[in-house]
Design a binder for this molecule. Sequence first.
Ligand code: SAM
Ligand code: DTB
Ligand code: SF4
Length: 314
Amino acid sequence: MRHDWTRDEVQEIMDLPFPELIFRAQLAHRAYFDPTRVQISTLLSIKTGGCPEDCAYCPQSALHEQSVKADKLMEVEKVLREARAAKAAGAGRFCMGAAWRSPKERDLDTVCAMIEGVKELGLETCVTLGMLDAQQSQRLRDAGLDYYNHNLDTSPEYYDKIITTRTYQDRLDTLANVRDAGINVCCGGIVGMGEDESDRAGLIATLASLPQHPESVPINLLVRVAGTPLADAEAVDPITFARVVAAARITMPASHVRLAAGRELMSDEAHALVFLAGANSIFCGDKLLTTPNPAEHRDRKLLASLGMKPMTDA
Ligand code: SAM
Ligand code: DTB
Ligand code: SF4
């Protein structure tokens, strides 16, 4: 597996004639996966809003002109109730997100109890809590955490147009701490924040040049939320989005590439195109963290019409 992808090489891949690009993505996909299977994760916001970071895309930042109401950290029992429902709906992994810059010790105790409880249900666990040091990563690992989500979001060059309250290097440091603790890494980015093609190539090249590819690579289409600085960002078309997914699939062939946020506004045909480009994971359930996601019956119908199945099904 290569770990030395340059931005120019990724850009050349992304710019291939579309039939050539999809063919190469399909070859890469089939070398490691059954292309009819999709990994299904469910998201729950365990601590919503009031975040001190200034991520321009995010409705949970307290620094934007309008943001979601801030809630306290949820109770463990309530989280486990949601996890049971997610399992019944067919999820294989349960992802819990908190709007923190980084977790406090006492909060980490509660999150560890959530991880233990969710694991007991037979689900894979994932959390996203902001920046982590080595010790915090180890505590999560000891609680049985399977995946940690922490996105690079965009290219190193475009990053400071989007976030000023922490650096790209901070993110890379957290990823290294998570990796060293023996936790699987879930790391991707967002398309549609006003970045150019070379930034998209820069994001994929950075992800594909990490010492180990992230096991899970979420590619989010920006959900444009009123009151955030990116509320009026220019929309990205499904073909451009599929090109980014295909580049992720070709450069990180053994990773689960997730068609993450942004599905609510995507047609069934756009979904199909992105699956053909090599995506093999989605978030199911009618809500992401704070914004809508397709209803369960729509996803079930869509997968059935494509002859695709959850990875956990027989
Ligand atoms: N606070 C933690 C952090 O930022 O690391 C965890 C939660 S944060 C909401 C997780 C990820 O969701 C972000 O890194 C970003 O990639 C994605 N995200 C947030 N808002 C989004 C939006 N409006 N559209 C698409 N993706 C978004
Ligand atoms: C990821 O890459 N996408 C998810 C998950 N990781 C945590 C979050 C998407 C959030 C979309 C905006 C919202 O619902 O607040
Ligand atoms: Fe906070 Fe995470 Fe939203 Fe950034 S993306 S504002 S860190 S919740």
